[in-house]
Design a protein around this ligand. Structure first.
Ligand code: FES
Length: 250
C-alpha cells in the first residue's frame, strides 16, 4: 500500500548527460516497494506533484532505501536534481503494479532510454538465464551494472557504443529460444516488441510508463485500451504500468 512520506536523500549524483541517480531512505516505502513500481515526488513547496512519476531502479530492504534513476526533462526534475544529500524529499509511493516474475529458464529483458532503470531490480530478482538488451540514444548509463545479472547486449542510435540501431534487430540476430520477455521503454520500441512477442507466441510483460503524467490516477492522461471486456480503458499509472502483450493496445 502506498504512503506519502518524507524521505532522506542518502546519495545523489549524475550518471551522465542529464541522468541522475538518487538513493532515498524511507522504511514504509522501501518495505512495500515491488519490482516495476514507481513513485511520485513532490516539489519543494510541498503542494505540487512533479509532472511525472519516476520508476524504482533498485530496492534495498536492509537499508530501507530505494534508488531512483531519472532524466531531467523540465522544471520539476531540474529542481530535484539540485537537492543534496542529507536533505528531505516528499515521496508518494510505491505506485502502480509491477512485473510478475517468472523464474523461467530463458528470460529476455529489453529496455530503452529512461525505461532501463526499473529493469535493474528486475534482473537482480529474476532467476534463470537472462539476456539483457539495452538501447540508448548515445551515452550509456547503468549498462555495466547489468553485467552481474546476465548477458548484456547494447545498441545505440548512433553506433557510438555497441550495435548501431535498435534492440529489436539485435534480439533477432541472437536466435534465442525465449520463455518470457520483459520490456520497458519508449512506445515505438514496445510496439515492436509486442508485435514480435505475439507473432512468435512469447509471453511478454510490457511496462508502458512513458505514457504517464500525474501518476496517481487523477488526470486520465494515461488511458490505454485493452482487451479486458469488463474494463476496456485502463490507466497506465493505476492498472499498469505493466501489461501483458496480448491485452494492451499500444
Ligand atoms: Fe494521470 Fe494516470 S497519469 S491518471
Amino acid at each position: 500500500s502506498k504512503v506519502k512520506a518524507s524521505a532522506k536523500i542518502k546519495k545523489h549524483q549524475t550518471l551522465g548527460t542529464d541522468v541522475y541517480e538518487m538513493w532515498i531512505e524511507n522504511k514504509a516505502i522501501a518495505d512495500n516497494a515491488k519490482v516495476g513500481q514507481f513513485v511520485a515526488l513532490y516539489c519543494r513547496d510541498g503542494s505540487r506533484l512533479l509532472p511525472r512519476p519516476i520508476s524504482i531502479c533498485e530496492i534495498n530492504k536492509a537499508t530501507h532505501s530505494i534508488r531512483l534513476v531519472y532524466r531531467v526533462f523540465g522544471a520539476g526534475t531540474q529542481e530535484v536534481s539540485c537537492y543534496v544529500e542529507g536533505e528531505l524529499i516528499d515521496v508518494l509511493g510505491p505506485l502502480g503494479n509491477g512485473f510478475d516474475l517468472k523464474d523461467n529458464q530463458v528470460s529476455v529483458i529489453m529496455g530503452g532510454g529512461i525505461g532501463i532503470p526499473p529493469l535493474l531490480e528486475l534482473c537482480k530478482q529474476l532467476k534463470g538465464e537472462k539476456h539483457i538488451f539495452l538501447g540508448y540514444r548515445d551515452t550509456l548509463f547503468l549498462a555495466d551494472e547489468f553485467e552481474q545479472y546476465g548477458k548484456v547486449y547494447v545498441a545505440t542510435e548512433d553506433g557510438n557504443v555497441g550495435h548501431k540501431g535498435n534492440v529489436m534487430t539485435l534480439l533477432k540476430e541472437q536466435n534465442l529460444k525465449i520463455d518470457q520477455l520483459y520490456a520497458c521503454g519508449p512506445k515505438g520500441m514496445l510496439k515492436a516488441i509486442q508485435d514480435y512477442a505475439l507473432n512468435n507466441t512469447i509471453p511478454a510483460q510490457l511496462s508502458v510508463e512513458e505514457k504517464m503524467a500525474c501518476g496517481i490516477g487523477a488526470c486520465l492522461g494515461c488511458i490505454c485500451e485493452t482487451k479486458d471486456e469488463t474494463m476496456k480503458n485502463k490507466r497506465v499509472c493505476k492498472e499498469g504500468p505493466v501489461f501483458l502483450a496480448e491485452e494492451v493496445a499500444l
